[in-house]
Write a protein that binds this ligand. Sequence first.
Ligand code: ADP
Length: 510
Amino acid sequence: MIKSGLKIGIVLTLILVLPSLFFSAYEISNLSKNEAVIDSIYTGQLESVLFSLNQYSDDVLSGWANQLERETDDIETIITKNYSIDAIGIKGVSGLELFAKKKIPDDSINSLINQLEIDFASNLKKIELLRRYVNNGYRKIEALSNSFPHKSLFAFAAKQDSVQVSTVLLLLDTDKFIRENLGPKIQMVAQDRFYISVYKENGSLEVFANINQGVEDKNIKQKKAIWLLPGYELGIQMRGNTIEDLVRERTRTNIILLIVMDIILLLGAWFVFKNIRKQIKLNQLKTEFISNVSHEIRTPLALINMYSETLEMGRIPSEEKKKEYYKVINIEANRLSKMVNKILNFSRIERGKREYHFSICNLNNEIETILENYKQHFDQNGFEIELKLADKMPELNLDKEAVAEAIINLIDNGMKYSADVKKLAIGSSIESAYVRIQVKDFGIGIEKKDQPFVFDKFYRVTSGNLAHKAKGSGIGLSIVKHIMEAHNGKVELDSIMGKGSCFTLFFPLK
Ligand code: ADP
């Protein structure tokens, strides 16, 4: 039994539980991979938004450079139209010609020119390169290091004629450039899906944000330098749930789902395992039942056979002896028919075919009738009966025969499992909601561990000398339980090993 239970356990684990656990482990390990892929896709998307903004700032400057080259507008108009341009300088062979915002006073112009000359000189290498590029037909705009606080200085080379190349310097107010030129583009790209901010001073100062700070809690992690504006960074973050939040939430939900599935599976496997184990145990008990019943039937049959043969042969001289033999045959035949009836009743219960016929009766009267019928049986076996009946027994609607069968089963057991003290205490009493019938013996008792199972079909206690020897089928108490349930009542057991057992039948008053 233990071996087959173990086998089932192993098979179940192998074919059901293990593959599912492996699958879950595989899925969980894959989840983090999948989430990493999703993460990188989102990150890539954010990067491309940042890239497009960088590209845009390039395009704005290139647009100005084109305008300046083509001279579609004069320089003054370009400066007035573009709020962020402070000054434009054209550096040719004859020196630096400066165009500045009108509001700059004349005396400042000279110092501005000087400063630009200094910056020009310090970036000479870069400028040389730009000039070389333009001679090869490629115009590049380059940010120059400059001595103006909060300004950006850009330079590109422009061909004046086939020989002359001049350098155009663009002095921009960086913050204004970001707000005026980059801002509208940022708003357009971000819509309400992203937070986009521009920072300076290594990300510590926010120059521009598509959503005002404090409106929503921002936690911008992804940042990229703006190519053309050294010291400035673009930052981007999804609005609402961040990517990390989304990924974490998805992973958590998936893991919880997998764990719940595994728990259900384990519980299911445990349930199936328990059920199969129960079936195996039941099969084993059934086999024992058949052998026990055959044993029980064989003894009375052998006696009947022997006594009837002796009588048939006519060898019995005295009438008295003959009577004794007839009596034995009668007793054994009764025992046989009781046995067969018990099995038939049990089989009816099993098939769900047992019928009950209820009628009004008095339980005290029933008990007294049973005891009267059993008097001789008790005397023969040396049993003393202590009877205590309730004073006013109410009439109840019962199946008389079934109730008698239950009480007789308890009395039979009481006698069967009594050793030295041959006494039964039988009584009836009335509780608030029940009429109680008790059958108490002073026999071997039932161990605590066996008590929950004695009402199960085929269950027999086999430990202990008497319990082992006593003949039985293991169906008596299961029949008692069924009869009590059919009366909406119950049966309870109270037993102490070596002291005796008390079975109580509860019949509901209503
Ligand atoms: P059985 O035919 O074996 O007596 P039952 O269903 O009547 O079958 O009882 C189930 C088991 O409960 C018995 O095998 C016995 O071990 C135990 N049992 C029942 N009644 C008593 C009792 N009065 N005292 C001790 N053990 C009992």
